[in-house]
Design a protein around this ligand. Sequence first.
Ligand code: BEZ
Length: 211
Amino acid sequence: MTIRLGDEAPDFTADTTEGEIHFHEWLGDSWGVLFSHPRDYTPVCTTELGMAAHLKPEFDRRGVKIIGLSVDPLDSHTGWAKDIEETQGAAVNFPMIADPDKKIADFYDMIHPNASDTATVRSVFVIGADKKIKLMLTYPASTGRNFDEILRVIDSLQLTAKHSVATPANWKDGDDVIIVPAVSDEDAKEKFPKGWKTVKPYLRITPQPNK
Ligand code: BEZ
């Protein structure tokens, strides 16, 4: 199945390290990050899961639930979680989906057979409170993801959702933002009381509205 930005995130039922979940019900009104890792008991994945556990309070602060997935079974996940806690200094504090029959991995197109037909690639799906796919990332097995970048993108997506702004290259929380072209100057006067600088009619820069 091909998933594209703006599609509804496919719903599923899964066995996880925190019991069976129904994905949409588990998400509730929260945003979500669903991320796959190639296999349990592998070095890069161990560091990623540890980093995600360390950063969980940052995801919580943004109202985002995180959930991992690999095609290994549940007993493998629970055994490996002990290694993650021991070596990364953080216990896994979010559910990990066991998908040994690759049902969810296939649904989300996480297996790229020319990379590996037995393991998932490093996929990331950011899902909005409306259950729509807001962002997709795909990394190869050999490159660990930058979880600070995932948080940065969530900050941008949530700003766009609330304030009709876009964010420029290399933007980070607190930097100036861009008024989206769909907002007229007339409407911008009301929405952006701090004002803006018109660099070009299509490039209007304003201070970050929620700062
Ligand atoms: C890793 O997580 O270290 C890994 C997994 C699969 C292939 C290569 C590296």
